[in-house]
Design a protein around this ligand. Structure first.
Ligand code: NAP
Length: 312
């Protein structure tokens, strides 16, 4: 729904911060899911060349943080999509154009990350929201479906899914750490970081051999980094969304697979009742994490009507 985007409340909670948001993009809407109560569409839209596009978690978060006064710096590999996102944030929210920045960066390439980090303006404290996903090209998933039985998981998929996001997150953290330390002294401030893992890190299911393992790894990484760095006023949060309506569930094969998962949790859904959280809801959660006068160590979030089990 584009109305949900247009009506994000504006505050100055994050004014004076530059926040890198990785994994910003959108995909054509190929299937519609609905909220259990309001019956509104659960995806958050922008219209591009007359077509309805589903914002992903990074992009929707960028909209929310920009509305709350941050200078946002969006990152993904595809410059054309980042340019469109910038135009839409300015147009739909009335944000000044100097508050919306972007860089096309491959977050798996150490040299490319180094160049990006060097190029960032350091005039304001730099914070981070890490939301990259398994990109197209890194591994082509059959039917876009990571929810596979053990005998159907290609070893290459295990290797790619469990290392890519983790490795990208780790390299970026290593390159940003000196800046975080330096800025905490220079601005007499603190640094906040939100790392998106998933409810799949803690909510197990059959067909989770790939996804639960990968998300468990990034979640434990976020926890270790948090315990390592809080003493230096670098506050890290592990954000665990359940299924979110970013296009990942538009393929009927994926829907069939998650209906099987739902069966294990009580068989609440049928094909027309799969409940997915709007990506903007993750953005609101991250806004709270970054602006609360406390260190929120981790946060779980599921769509209304989605099995809320915090364990399997
Ligand atoms: N959607 C859900 O239901 C859900 C639920 C819980 C957790 N999560 C996790 O949250 C994260 C975001 O999910 P999403 O659904 O928003 O994912 P998505 O739509 O697949 O977006 C992933 C983003 O990462 C970017 N990316 C991929 N490889 C990259 C690289 N090497 N360097 C820089 N950018 C790269 C992609 O853009 P380019 O291809 O243009 O680079 C894309 O914008 C993922 O880690 C996902 O597993 C998702």
């Amino acid at each position: 729904m584009i109305e949900r985007i247009k009506s994000i409340p504006k505050t100055n909670l994050l004014e004076g911060k530059r926040i890198i948001v990785t994994g910003c993009g959108f995909k054509p809407a190929k299937y519609k899911f609905y909220d259990v109560t309001t019956k509104e569409e659960s995806h958050d839209s922008i219209i591009v060349n007359g077509k309805d596009m589903k914002l992903n978690i990074g992009a929707a978060t960028a909209f929310v943080l920009a509305a709350n006064g941050a200078i946002i710096h969006m990152v993904s590999r595809t410059e054309e999509r980042l340019k469109i996102l910038k135009e839409q944030i300015i147009e739909l929210l009335g944000i000044p154009k100097e508050n919306v920045e972007y860089s096309a960066v491959d977050l798996l390439e150490e040299k490319s990350i180094e160049k990006f980090v060097k190029s960032l303006s350091k005039d304001k404290p730099l914070w981070l929201v890490q939301s990259i996903g398994l990109g197209a090209g890194a591994y082509k998933l059959k039917d876009d479906n990571p929810y596979l039985h053990i005998e159907d998981i290609p070893p290459k998929l295990i290797e790619k899914e469990s290392t890519i996001v983790l490795k990208g997150t780790h390299i970026l953290m290593q390159k940003l750490l000196p800046i975080f330390r330096e800025q905490n002294k220079k601005f007499k401030t603190e640094t906040r970081v939100a790392i998106i893992s998933s409810m799949s890190a803690i909510r197990g299911y059959n067909r989770g051999g790939t996804h639960c393992a990968a998300k468990g790894a990034i979640s434990r990484y976020a926890n270790s980094a948090m315990l390592d760095l809080w003493k230096e006023k670098i506050y890290i949060t592990d954000v665990r969304p359940g299924a979110v309506d970013t296009g990942m569930y538009d393929n009927p094969v994926v829907q069939k697979a998650i209906l099987e998962v739902d069966k294990e949790y009580g068989n609440y859904w049928n094909k027309t009742e799969i409940r997915l959280a709007p990506p903007i809801s993750v953005g609101y959660a991250i806004n709270t994490i970054l602006s609360a006068p406390a260190h929120i160590t981790s946060l779980n979030l599921v769509a209304k009507g989605q099995f809320p089990n915090e364990g399997s």
